[in-house]
Design a protein around this ligand. Structure first.
Ligand SMILES: [Zn+2]
Length: 88
């Protein structure tokens, strides 16, 4: 099982967290349907590093942004965010 080191609570199993997607800018409200479809469903799946948001739902309730390797699940950086939500 993947272990995530919450900056507030320490190392916890990933089951305590909810995956909250990749931090990126949401398309503008006026963006076309096809651009929204690409934003929501088309994601790269390369064997390299990805940046992800995780919410510690069974702990402090804070968002954490981490860099995880898609092949090895190695985590190299983490940043704690506020409880306000995924927007930074
Ligand atoms: Zn926590």
């Amino acid at each position: 099982m993947l272990s995530i080191n919450c900056p507030v609570c320490g190392s916890r199993p990933s089951g305590e967290f909810a995956y909250s997607g990749e931090p990126s800018e949401d398309p503008a409200a006026t963006t076309s349907v096809s651009a929204w479809r690409r934003y929501l469903y088309v994601r790269p799946n390369r064997p390299d590093w990805t940046t992800e948001r995780w919410l510690h739902v069974a702990g402090c309730g804070r968002f954490t942004v981490l860099e995880r390797h898609r092949t090895t699940n190695h985590i190299r950086t983490m940043t704690s965010l506020s409880t306000d939500g995924p927007r930074e």
